[in-house]
Design a protein around this ligand. Structure first.
Ligand code: BGC
Length: 387
């Protein structure tokens, strides 16, 4: 009895220390708790009956990437300007419902096939496959429900280079019309030199095609303060892929020499986007794939983007042969994103590292076929600094 009483008193005293202790100590406790909690994944809703979470990757400079396992979407990316001010440099939404309702692939992982496949058809070993047509007469970015709209298994990881998020998705045989069960793994790692590295791997149990990318829309002003026409772009490419009026490659690769597609020297996006040029008309601005000057195996510097007011510089390195540069020509102010900002005409750019559009139907383009026993592996790094 006595010992029970003592225990009770002890409990009351303990609760009192927690509840009535000095204010400072309380605050310290709260701060510590908040920090601990903010590293945990946050609930972000539900899709396909599965829990969706929001993960935070941080580095020692305060850079943060927020990524959800719905579509593997990078929802925000906080990087410093030349004064050290951390601001968000990607377009996106505050909540899952908006991503589910209407998103032009903001921040998402794209698969099985990033970019367009003409009329949603391709042939493998004599067999014709038909995909859903979701962009005029063509298939775009995986079809009706691509990898941007599925819930991935997610695991927060710690690597030698920094915090990461490992995402896995198994795409069943014939999902969206693509043959083979495709096992996909995508890893995001935020390093201490302010790089976000993305690694993509995939294996199949039947011959198939695959072309994975990320579809972040960047605006380096920070907090998306206006259009991207003053952003200076460099693309390490002597050639680009000309397209027809449905944005499907004509087959040949053309020199950028003397065209508004020559970005070998950093040039403001707005400098030539209004020129009277049939390719620009077809794309509604820039919406083309550049043939990167790759020097063989390994990572190549694909492009850089510099925003003079903030001083932010983004460099892109990749193992991929192509870069789709899309200047946000279909944004029209009808989508309201994070913090109530309406995303207007050309307020964001996508720079998608990938194989060329419609490669399955273009015998002269690098192959996108994957066979059982092979592993698809590509890497892309977005590196941020200031100047
Ligand atoms: C395509 C654009 C398309 C955009 C959003 C880009 O990758 O090239 O034509 O409008 O994605 O879907």
């Amino acid at each position: 009895m006595k010992s029970k009483l003592n225990l009770g008193l002890l409990l009351v005293a303990f609760v009192c220390v927690l509840a009535c202790g000095p204010k400072k100590e309380n605050n310290e406790t709260e701060t510590a708790d908040t920090t601990a909690v903010s590293n945990e994944p946050k609930e972000f809703g539900e899709a396909d009956g599965k829990k969706v979470s929001l993960y935070t990757l941080k580095n020692s400079h305060g850079v943060e990437a927020h990524i959800t396992n719905y579509g593997g979407i990078i929802t925000s990316l906080m990087v410093p300007d030349k004064t050290g001010k951390l601001e968000d440099v990607v377009l996106g939404y505050d909540n899952l419902a908006d991503y589910q309702k209407d998103s032009p692939y903001f921040g998402a992982l794209i698969g099985r096939y990033g970019n367009r496949i003409a009329k949603g058809k391709f042939t493998l070993d004599g067999e014709e496959y038909t995909l859903a047509v979701n962009n005029g007469v063509n298939t775009l970015h995986g079809g009706k429900k691509g990898f941007d709209k599925v819930v991935w298994d997610a695991e927060k990881i710690t690597t030698d280079e920094g915090e990461g998020l490992k995402l896995n998705y198994v795409s069943p045989d014939m999902e969206e019309g693509y043959p083979g069960e495709l096992k996909v793994e995508v890893t995001y790692v935020l390093t201490d030199d302010n790089s976000l590295k993305i690694d993509y791997t995939a294996t199949t149990d039947k011959k198939t095609i695959v072309n994975l990318t990320n579809h972040s829309y960047f605006n380096l002003t920070g907090g998306v303060k206006g259009d991207i026409l003053g952003h200076e772009v460099m693309i390490n490419a002597d050639k680009f892929v000309p397209i027809d009026s449905t944005l499907i490659p004509e087959g040949q690769l053309e020199s950028v020499d003397g065209t508004p597609f020559d970005f070998r020297e950093p040039t403001a996006i707005g400098a030539r986007i209004g020129e009277d040029n049939q390719q620009l008309t077809y794309g509604g601005g820039y919406d083309h794939c550049w043939v990167l000057n790759a020097d063989g195996e390994g990572m190549t510097k694909a492009a850089s983007v510099y925003e003079p007011k903030s001083g932010r510089l983004m460099e892109i390195f990749t193992t991929e042969p192509g870069l789709q540069f899309y200047s946000g020509n279909f944004l029209d102010g009808s989508l309201t994103g994070k913090g109530g900002v309406a995303y207007k005409y050309r307020w964001g750019i996508a720079l998608e590292t990938e194989h060329y559009p419609d490669s399955p139907n273009q015998p002269d383009f690098p192959s996108v076929e994957l066979n059982p026993g092979e592993t698809y592996h590509t890497s892309t790094t977005y590196k941020f600094s200031t100047k």
